[in-house]
Design a binder for this molecule. Structure first.
Ligand SMILES: [Zn+2]
Length: 257
């Protein structure tokens, strides 16, 4: 009897979670009204440098992301004026749960559940409408580390965790990472080689049919890098040099509806 109840409760929870994920996907891929995206800045290392950087942030620092989505969506079948609307929320106090580097599939699943729980509480701002997609941007003092930890974007839960450098000169590349993780929450997949970081041909190329093929004029958002020769690639410094390729556009349903 108890076993039946337990199994029933578990099944109901699973059905609700699956239904929720399905609704989220339909809603975020409909492109009928602006998608509300919230930026939630956090001080990752508790440093004074990250703190003063966050204090100086304004919505304008993220405007390039909305412009990028507008420009690229219009190249495909989306006619919406503002496909993505970016809002800056006040700095949060609590840091999101950490994903261990060798977490394994079960560890990742557990982390994504904890992440959803965290996002539910961390995004409650009095007097502000909660955003549909939540991007937590964790700022690090650039003088204390060479590279930031990996960033993540979850389609199930519509959450992004972005590690960024608290530096004006890095603001453009931070926006590329935010746009990349935002794309993941919408269902886009990575288009680079995980071992080398090189863009994958053809899906990770801005202009795969270009003659000559190299150098590519810009980077594809889910590749993150621009191929300059068969063996070399570089990272663009802002979203003006990044495009959405047809494979990514198809994944996020920038198609005729
Ligand atoms: Zn990615």
């Amino acid at each position: 009897m108890w076993k039946t109840i337990r199994v029933t409760v578990l099944l109901v929870v699973l059905v609700i979670v699956a239904g929720r994920a399905w609704l989220d996907r339909v809603e975020t891929q409909s492109w009928k009204s602006p998608l509300w995206v919230g930026i939630y800045p956090l001080n990752a290392d508790g440093s004074p440098r990250a703190q003063s950087y966050i204090a100086d942030l304004s919505a304008n620092d993220f405007a390039g992301i909305a412009t990028f989505f507008e420009r690229e969506a219009h190249r495909f079948a989306v006619t919406l004026d503002e496909p993505v609307h970016i809002e800056l929320y006040p700095q949060g106090k609590e840091l999101p749960p950490l994903l261990e580097p060798n977490a394994g599939p079960f560890g990742v699943m557990w982390w994504s559940l904890k992440m959803r729980w965290f996002a539910m509480h961390a995004t409650k701002v009095p007097g502000r409408t909660p955003s549909r997609i939540r991007i937590f941007v964790l700022y690090h003092d650039p003088s204390s580390l060479q590279t930031v930890p990996d960033s993540h974007g979850l389609q199930k839960g519509l959450i992004g965790v972005v590690h960024a450098f608290a530096s004006r000169s890095m603001a453009g590349s931070n926006n590329i990472v935010i746009a990349h993780e935002l794309m993941h929450t919408l269902g886009a997949t990575d288009k680079y080689d995980f071992s080398t970081g090189a863009p994958l041909y053809p899906a990770g190329f801005a202009e795969p049919d270009r003659q000559p093929r190299y150098p590519q004029p810009s980077a594809e958002i889910m590749a993150g890098r621009r191929a300059i020769s068969a063996t070399d690639s570089d990272m663009p410094s802002n979203l003006q040099d990044v495009v959405v390729g047809p494979v990514t556009a198809n994944e996020i349903r920038w198609t005729h509806h």
